[in-house]
Design a protein around this ligand. Structure first.
Ligand code: ADP
Ligand code: MG
Length: 502
């Protein structure tokens, strides 16, 4: 009996020992894997660093590039496109106008009525639809017929809302969120597609004419009377409400900015023919590039695999289309180099499968167990990872979004520097008298819906400008500003009233 007990005790000890060894080994293995992913995160953090000094270099670089783009055609990666917009809406406009807005992910149709005062602006109808992905790679004919048919349905639904006994020539602003070389307020040719659009044989085509042709084919009595970049629409909307608005920035699927420039500073344009002495310039800042931009191996891969590689470098770091894919690439690298996320998920290897909406949902997940993170990872084929790993994913979202937001702030500060509103003029930074109130209108789903992006951007802008200057700079969010503002701009460019609402 005694011997049996001794044997049992020994056997138990052996089992306990081997279990303990297994546990220790497993823990060591986990630690090794964990160290590996922490290393990847550290590298990402370092590569994405945007200390104030670096942001200030960006500000200077943007202001210098803006200047170069104004001096000569092709003088900079910033195209600094003329818009032929010199007078912005001020609230006195009258009439009923339409806008059709083709964005990167959505198209919108609106009808506004203006009664001659700011307070009488009435957005009578607004429709917003996702752009079917099949359209992005279709033909010009398919795209414009789709837009025309959507507009036709919108107008058919108007019914009795508009008094059709009046002259019914409808006036439409076409808000277009891609680079266009304008030839007048109502015409311009496509320079190139961006944001995943790839409709062949369209570069060089007059965009307004294409839409007008499609509307005519359907027998619609609508005149495409203005072709407006989305940033210019946002600026118009901002200016309508607040005349101190001098610039507008869009952070949506892509990113771009425009601002009001003195015509004598637009050296490449000999005869700008404006009455106000200024013109809105569409920067096309998505294409900004500087070797000082904090670029990571993920950005390089994303660019190389994109359909417009070596192009739109800034947009690929700050645009809503891309942030999710950068985060996806980091998680994929971690999962390839350690099995901390379980077996490598084929879903995770699919480009653009992780949307920026999901990045913000994970980043702003305030459940103690990070249940939203768990749900989104599950959708990516990554099931049941420990809380520690879910926290790591939140950190990745934070690093990528913080970099984007801080670079966005540097872009805005670059514009302010160019127009002498950053307080640096003549070294009189502390002289409050020279600082004028400056409003920057901001539009786009990324800015409007992603709180952390907004907060990081606002914080960085304050840091770059310093409190003394920042108190004079107002960043104003404008939902649907691009679409509504384009209609307002069209209204301000015309004095004739076209349709009367009942
Ligand atoms: P468009 O670019 O078509 O004009 P929006 O300005 O509405 O459209 O921007 C849409 C983009 O904004 C989406 O593709 C996405 O990248 C980003 N976005 C929208 N909602 C969110 C969100 N909740 N969190 C983060 N990004 C968002
Ligand atoms: Mg947009």
């Amino acid at each position: 009996m005694g011997r049996f007990l001794v044997t049992l005790a020994a056997a138990t000890a052996v089992v306990a020992c081997s279990v303990a060894t297994m546990v220790v080994r497993r823990r060591m293995k986990w630690r090794r894997k964990w160290r590996k992913v922490v290393g990847i995160l550290k590298d990402l953090e370092e590569a994405c660093e945007t200390p104030l000094g670096r942001l200030r270099q960006m500000v200077d670089a943007i202001a210098v590039e803006m200047q170069a783009g104004l001096v000569s055609e092709g003088g900079s990666k910033l195209k600094m496109l003329l818009t032929f917009v010199d007078d912005l809406p001020n609230g006195s406009e009258r009439g009923t106008y339409y806008a059709l807005h083709l964005g990167g992910s959505y198209f919108r149709i609106i009808r506004v009525h203006l009664g001659g005062q700011r307070s009488t602006l009435e957005v009578q109808d607004i429709e917003r639809h996702s752009i079917p992905t099949s359209l992005m790679n279709s033909t010009s004919e398919v795209l414009f017929d789709f837009l025309a048919s959507s507009l036709q349905m919108f107008i058919e639904k108007e019914g009795n809302m508009v008094n059709l006994a009046q002259p019914v020539k409808r006036e439409l602003a076409f808000t277009f969120s891609f680079p266009v070389k304008q030839t007048s307020l109502s015409s311009g040719v496509l320079i190139k597609w961006t944001k995943g659009f790839a409709i062949s044989e369209m570069a060089g085509e007059d965009i307004a004419e294409c839409l007008q042709g499609a509307l005519n084919k359907r027998g619609l009595d609508i005149r495409v009377a203005a072709l407006v970049n989305d940033t210019v629409g946002a600026l118009s909307f901002g200016h309508f409400h607040d005349p101190d608005t001098i610039a507008a920035v869009v952070f949506g699927t892509g990113s771009n900015a425009c601002y009001l420039e003195r015509t004598d500073a637009i050296i490449k344009c000999q005869n700008p023919r404006t009455t106000s002495g200024s013109m809105v310039v569409n920067m096309e800042w998505g294409n900004f590039w500087s070797s000082r931009l904090p670029r990571t191996s993920y950005d390089i891969e994303l660019d190389a695999e994109s359909m417009n590689s070596n192009d739109m470098g800034f947009e690929k770091m700050i645009g809503g289309m891309y942030l999710g894919d950068i985060v996806r690439r980091v998680i994929l690298r971690m999962s390839q180099e350690s099995d901390i996320f379980g077996p490598i998920s084929s879903i995770l290897s699919t480009p653009f499968i992780l949307r920026t909406n999901s990045v913000s949902a994970m980043h702003e997940d305030d459940t103690p167990e990070l249940l939203e993170v768990a749900r989104i990872l599950k959708d990516l084929g990554v099931a049941e990872v420990p809380l520690k790993v879910r926290k790591l994913v939140v950190k990745i979202c934070d690093v990528v979004t913080r970099r984007a937001a801080r670079l966005a702030a540097a872009g805005i500060a670059g514009i302010l520097k160019k127009v002498g509103r950053d307080g640096s003029g003549g070294g009189r930074r502390s002289d409050k008298q020279i600082m004028r109130r400056t409003v920057v209108a901001v539009e786009g789903g990324l800015y409007l819906n992603y709180r952390m992006f907004r907060e990081y951007m606002d914080e960085a802008l304050r840091d770059i400008l310093g409190e003394d200057v920042a108190q004079h700079v107002v960043v104003k969010a404008m939902e649907d500003g691009s679409s509504i503002g384009s209609a307002l701009l069209l209204a301000s460019s015309q004095s004739v009233q076209t349709i009367q609402s009942v």
